[in-house]
Write a protein that binds this ligand. Structure first.
Ligand SMILES: [Zn+2]
Ligand SMILES: [Zn+2]
Length: 236
């Protein structure tokens, strides 16, 4: 009979002796007592964003087109690190493996980076994952981060306020209508929000801002007076 260990029944301290913790990014040994989810070398090379980023789009500098968030529906945006190098590998690890310790590290860094007024009066709303992806992976990176930020900043978590629609399954064999639907981003509000409503959208990465904009539009339609966006990483 094969020897089996049910991980759920093994205390985490015993488990860490059986399976030594390794860095989520590079796989090097990362002692749980000192290192958290990343090894010392990866922690040292996290590409922190500088102080003084644009309060609207979270970029350190604008290109020729000016602030990309000028026509987007959120009022302010903040991020912690640039989406490159170790940070993009950490986001990939969070998306693919759903590390609770990784989410805790990112959430702590997000919470610590905020000026006190940023989340004033805000409910914390994760950017919704597509249900297909959530089913496949069994977890949702934005929801993990939103829970961490809500707990650390003592704000209410509104985890299912938004819902994403649209088909994101395999393209092969899909009908033309399904392919068209796949390219469309539809965010729905599940219930109205009583005024004065303030929402802080939380996601792992802020890239073009299109998803944050779609979420902010849905929140505004539902009565939100102020919407801010908080992400761990910002694509430059
Ligand atoms: Zn590492
Ligand atoms: Zn800007």
């Amino acid at each position: 009979m094969p020897w089996r260990v049910s991980v759920g029944l093994v205390p985490s301290r015993v488990l860490s002796l059986l399976v030594p913790p390794t860095c989520w990014v590079c796989g090097a040994p990362a002692p749980a007592s000192v290192a958290g989810p990343l090894c010392a070398a990866c922690r040292r090379t996290l590409p922190w964003l500088p102080a003084g980023c644009c309060p609207r789009c979270a970029l350190p500098a604008h290109g020729r087109g000016g602030c990309p968030a000028a026509r987007q529906a959120f009022d302010a945006a903040r991020s912690v690190v640039a989406y490159e190098g170790v940070a993009s590998a950490a986001v990939r690890a969070l998306k693919d493996r759903g590390g609770v310790r990784l989410a805790a590290m990112m959430g702590a860094q997000m919470a610590a980076s905020l000026p006190p007024e940023f989340l004033r009066g805000a409910r914390i709303v994760p950017v919704p994952a597509h249900p297909f992806r959530r089913r496949v992976r069994g977890f949702d990176a934005a929801a993990l981060l939103a829970a961490e930020v809500a707990a650390r900043c003592d704000r209410p978590l509104d985890a299912d306020l938004l819902r994403r629609r649209g088909w994101r399954g395999r393209q092969r064999g899909a009908s033309r209508a399904e392919r068209l639907a796949a390219g469309r981003l539809v965010i729905e509000l599940r219930r109205p929000i009583p005024p004065p409503a303030v929402a802080a959208l939380v996601d792992d990465v802020h890239t073009t801002g299109a998803t944050l904009h779609a979420c902010a539009m849905a929140l505004r339609t539902g009565g939100c007076e102020r919407v801010v966006a908080l992400t761990w990483a910002r694509a430059l």
